[in-house]
Design a protein around this ligand. Structure first.
Ligand code: SF4
Length: 340
């Protein structure tokens, strides 16, 4: 971003998003003319119509149901530009070229507080079921035949999920869709999802070690994840599951068993990440508090971004290398080296 701000040869430079919500002044010092903290959906428009004055603007929209759809149809609109592709994901997952797959948000934020998570918005604000399905219909009218709900935690409110499914069915809409949420699912919800066209759920299972789950403040248990997987498999909903390795109390033995245990769960597409101290996460603050980090690297980076910035590993070089090898090995073992 600092590079873009430096190089952009435009009269006004505007920045929004989670980074500037935390580092607004620092970003102004890097050359931005206006910053939009939290939600820019409403005040950006007002700002445009009132002379584009320099400054830091902040808005938080409690009721997001009133927001209009993202404008997707305009002269020069190319569906291809908005389609989700699989370039940076496992190849077999999204490379179904016959699918015209568009993304939408049905909610903002997540009320949970996993220690490593950088979702900053801790309030769950959501669209009503009618408004969600209105937007789905809008995407279908734009030419999509597949939709991905790219929320932080789509299924936070079970009742809302069921009503969305009922609304899709009541309107007679036939398309396939997927959503990003938590590894929590009961049979009634699974039945509602599947019969409304949901073919896949993307969830963070993160760990199959109870101590690690507790440390992560994940607020799910292994049993919850097992039930989630069992139910998905029973109702024909594919599982994309994210796992994090490298928690302080995790053992090497656990990591070696992990891909086999994931296979047993019936997860179709696992992703493996190494625990990372993202900015403003509880994990990062713990590392600062316990003296692992003696400098606030993220603050320094926000003030003076350097190309190829890397925060030091919060572990030995040897362990870091082992984790990197393990993450690669997990993928190979899981897919038998054929599909990745
Ligand atoms: S990891 Fe998922 S459940 Fe946990 S806080 Fe982040 S978005 Fe919420």
């Amino acid at each position: 971003m600092s590079e873009i701000l430096r190089r952009a040869n435009v009269p006004i430079k505007v920045v929004g998003g989670p980074h500037v919500t935390h580092y607004a002044k620092e970003t102004m010092n890097l050359g931005a003319d206006a910053i939009f903290k939290h939600d820019g959906d409403r005040n950006f428009n007002e700002w445009l119509n009132s002379g584009c004055k320099e400054g830091i603007y902040e808005d938080y929209i409690k009721n997001i149901d009133t927001l209009p759809f993202i404008k997707r149809e305009f002269p020069g609109f190319e569906l291809e530009d908005y389609m989700l592709s699989g370039e940076d994901t496992q190849k077999t997952l999204f490379k179904q070229r016959s699918l015209r797959r568009l993304a939408m948000m049905s909610s903002k934020g997540c009320p949970f507080r996993c220690v490593f998570c950088d979702v900053q918005d801790k309030e769950f604000r959501f669209l009503s079921p009618q408004r969600v399905v209105d937007e789905m219909e809008h995407l279908l009218s734009c030419g999509a035949n597949s939709i991905h709900i790219l929320d932080d935690c789509f299924n936070t409110n079970r009742g809302r999920v069921i009503k969305i499914c009922e609304e899709i069915k009541n309107r007679g809409l036939k398309f396939q869709w997927s959503g990003r949420g938590r590894a929590v699912l009961d049979e009634v919800t699974a039945e509602a999802l599947r019969s409304a066209g949901c073919i896949r759920l993307h969830v963070g299972i993160e760990s199959l070690d109870p101590e690690v789950l507790k440390w992560m403040n994940k607020r799910i248990t292994i049993e919850t994840s097992e039930e989630f997987c069992r139910t998905c498999n029973e109702y024909g909903i594919e599982i994309v599951a994210y796992f994090v390795i490298g928690a302080p109390m995790e053992t090497r033995e656990y990591r070696q068993e992990l891909p086999y245990r994931i296979k047993d769960l019936g997860v179709k597409y696992p992703f493996f990440n190494i625990l990372y101290p993202s900015a403003n996460t509880k994990y990062y603050h713990q590392l600062m508090a316990n003296g692992t980090y003696k400098t606030d690297y993220w603050q320094a980076f926000a003030e003076k971004p350097a190309p190829n910035f890397e925060i030091p590993f919060p572990r030995s070089q040897e362990l870091q290398e082992e984790l990197e090898e393990t993450a690669e090995k997990c993928i190979k073992i899981f897919f038998n080296g054929n599909n990745v």
